[in-house]
Design a binder for this molecule. Structure first.
Ligand SMILES: [Zn+2]
Length: 694
């Protein structure tokens, strides 16, 4: 085909041609690849007497992988090099790609073929990874309603559509209520305590609306500094109330927020999810949500959360008592209220841990940090990382290769700096997954590692390397953890190699695991050098950082547990068709578990987008769940060091590689964890890392 040679998006022979790809290549390439994938689907659909891995799964995977990879490149460019032309072609093609994948997920003929393969004598001879791929496919079809009788299938589709609409309305209400709220302050004396940059932003906001004074909104960077810094208590109370009642029926007291009340949307969403679960023959929506996850049952998750709450409680009580005493003695606040908590905490933190993020930053110049990270990875997993060549999308982007025993095992792009047209945040994405091709050649994995750090800048006429905050260093390690999961895999099957097919509540294990090293004295000594003196991080500063890390960890843990329990109960044993209201359930959980009961007007659930507009319904617990896994896995390394390090530490690194990173999604996460740790996960290490006794 001629287009194959002229359209760089259709060149799959090597690395993506970032030097040649232009927006005008997108539509023809994506249309051709969708057409090819549809052809492959049609052939795969055709009835066959015997369904085998080779005659069914392989061709389907080949065709869809090409589409996935090409679209991955477009998607990546759209996130890191946004231009009007690229965005236009991205938006034009995205619905077509989504439509293709949605159709594939609902294709009954394919579902039938997977069932046929599952029932065939060939199935028993498949490798465990292949068996898992077939089982996962069957599960996803079932959860997508593919097995329902025609009439119920229709209802199932309606429910999905209705849920999508309600979720959209939910977030729109939150957004509209957030945007609509304006608090104008006309007397500068009322802003005492606020940092200058916050005031300047508020002043500019007022000016934009043609007003005198300082204007605040419910957007986080605007309202949060008031809670944190404003000395005037009434001002804190005012903005706290507005935020805590936003998008609820309580909003009416303060402005006209009632038109954005989410009460009905929440109730209806819960009813539909319950109906969906019953249609699929599950006891509750929580059971549906947990089906593809590592956690086995809602009861198990609730038990885990309640246990964590019990253990964190004494620490949370201590945190609160200290804060109350501090507020009373030093701030003259005798009856600390919800709107005083952030303010008093900030003052207490400043008093106890007097160090600035700026001071810390000077010890973390980019070259030293990156070399430290690479050195650590090389040592832990017995690999080498070296610069490599590839076409890139921006001159700042670097490309590296990872080798083990002289053999290439993976490559990655490192795009560290913020710039216009680049999406916010940090992430790892796969550019290519590992698999053994039909030709018997291993396709090695490739990752995109993207951050938004400050670029190097000229200081006193000299180019100074980028300086990372400690948070940024932690972020870099976190994303590298995902990257290692993707690149150090040894699985030959695309759908379960690397991070593919890993349970959603276990996927943060390697990333959070890597974060721990950023708090390790020895590691920090090897990756810090003061930008002016070259000195490593001093012990005194390190101790302060460590103490600040666990500031109020008891209260914070309980808060996360409270949110997780509310989410779990709403989707497990709350009957959305009964007289009981969501608020009643929220109050019940709070009365039982919170140390600091929010005011009765608090309607935080009305903007709890994670569970009502995100993918976290009956899944919010995953944050803490994955932390338990990563902390416990890391503890194996701490134990090896304690027992003398050396050989033992090498073995632990090898075992982590072999049992967790290498196997990816090819077996259940719990099995991998047990193979690494020799037992089920325990909560102790997480508590210890957070400064709480087990
Ligand atoms: Zn992550």
């Amino acid at each position: 085909m001629t287009t194959e040679t002229t359209n760089p998006l259709l060149d799959f022979s090597g690395l993506p041609r970032f030097d040649l790809i232009r927006p005008e290549h997108v539509t023809p390439a994506i249309e051709q690849l969708i057409a090819e994938a549809r052809d492959a689907v049609r052939q795969a659909e055709a009835p066959a007497d015997t369904v085998t891995w080779d005659n069914f799964v392989v061709p389907l995977e080949e065709a869809t992988e090409r589409l996935g990879r090409a679209w991955g490149v477009v998607n990546h460019l759209n996130h890191v090099m946004d231009t009007p032309e690229l965005r236009a072609t991205y938006n034009e093609n995205q619905p077509k790609v989504t439509e293709f994948w949605t159709e594939l997920g609902q294709n009954e003929a394919l579902f039938g073929k997977y069932k046929q393969l599952r029932a065939s004598p060939d199935f028993a001879n498949l490798t465990p990874a292949r068996k898992r791929i077939v089982e996962n496919a069957l599960r996803d079809f079932r959860l997508g309603g593919a097995e329902l009788p025609e009439k119920q299938k229709q209802r199932f589709a309606e429910i999905q559509e209705e849920q999508a609409k309600l979720s959209t309305r939910f977030s729109e209400n939150v957004l509209d209520a957030t945007n609509d709220y304006k608090l104008l302050v006309t007397d500068e004396a009322d802003l005492s305590g606020l940092p200058d940059d916050v005031k300047a932003a508020a002043r500019a906001a007022a000016e934009r609306d043609g007003k005198q004074g300082w204007q605040f909104s419910l957007h986080f960077p605007s309202y949060f500094p008031i809670l944190q810094f404003a000395d005037k208590r009434e001002l804190r109370e005012q903005i706290y109330r507005a935020n805590a009642t936003k998008a609820s029926e309580m909003g009416t007291v303060f402005s006209e927020l009632e038109k954005w009340d989410n009460t009905g949307n929440i109730a209806q969403l819960l009813r539909l999810r319950d109906e969906e679960a019953k249609l699929l023959d599950f006891q509750s929506f929580a059971h549906v949500s947990l089906e593809p996850k590592m956690a086995e049952t809602p009861e198990h998750v609730i038990e885990f959360l309640e246990d964590l709450a019990r253990r964190a409680r004494p620490y949370a009580e201590k945190d609160l008592a200290e804060l109350r005493a501090f507020a009373k003695d030093e701030l003259g606040i005798d009856d600390m209220q919800a709107w005083d908590v952030t303010y008093a905490s900030e003052k207490l933190r400043e008093k106890r841990y007097a160090f600035s993020a700026q001071e810390v930053k000077e010890y973390f110049p980019e070259p030293k940090v990156v070399a430290g990270l690479f050195g650590l990875i090389s040592k832990l997993f017995d690999v080498t990382i070296s610069p490599d060549d590839a076409p890139v999308w921006h001159p700042d982007v670097r490309f590296y290769r990872i080798e083990k025993n002289g053999q290439l095992i993976g490559q990655f792009y490192l795009d560290l700096y913020a710039r216009p047209g680049k999406g916010q945040g940090a992430w790892m994405d796969d550019a290519r997954g590992r698999r053994l091709t039909t030709g018997g050649i291993v396709q090695t994995p490739i990752a995109y590692l993207t951050c938004n750090f400050t670029p190097p800048a000229e200081v006193d006429g000299k180019l100074q390397p980028s300086l990372f905050t400690h948070d940024e260093v932690t972020t870099l390690f976190h994303e590298f953890g995902h990257g290692l999961h993707h690149m150090l895999t040894e699985v030959d099957e695309l759908s379960v190699s690397g991070i593919s097919g890993v349970e959603w509540d276990a996927v943060e294990l390697p990333s959070q695991f890597m974060e721990n090293f950023c708090w390790e004295w020895d590691v920090l000594q090897g990756m810090t050098a003061h930008v002016k003196t070259g000195e490593p991080l001093p012990r005194e500063l390190y101790d302060k950082m460590l103490a600040a890390k666990n500031f109020q960890s008891g209260m914070q843990t309980l808060r996360q547990v409270e949110f997780s329990l509310i989410d779990m109960h709403l989707h497990y044993d709350f009957d959305p068709n009964s007289q009981k209201t969501v608020q009643e359930l929220v109050d019940e959980v709070r009365n039982k578990f919170a140390v600091l009961i929010p005011p009765s007007f608090n309607r935080f659930q009305h903007s709890f987008g994670h569970i009502f507009a995100g993918g976290y319904a009956a899944g919010y617990y995953s944050y803490k769940w994955a932390e338990v896994l990563s902390a416990d896995a890391y503890a194996a390394f701490e134990e090896a060091v304690e027992a003398g390090g050396g050989q033992l530490l090498d073995e632990t690194g090898k075992r982590f590689h072999r049992e967790i990173l290498a196997v990816g999604g090819s077996r259940p996460a719990l099995e991998s964890f047990k193979a690494f740790r020799g037992r089920e996960p325990k909560i102790d290490a997480l508590l210890r890392h957070n400064g709480m006794q087990a």
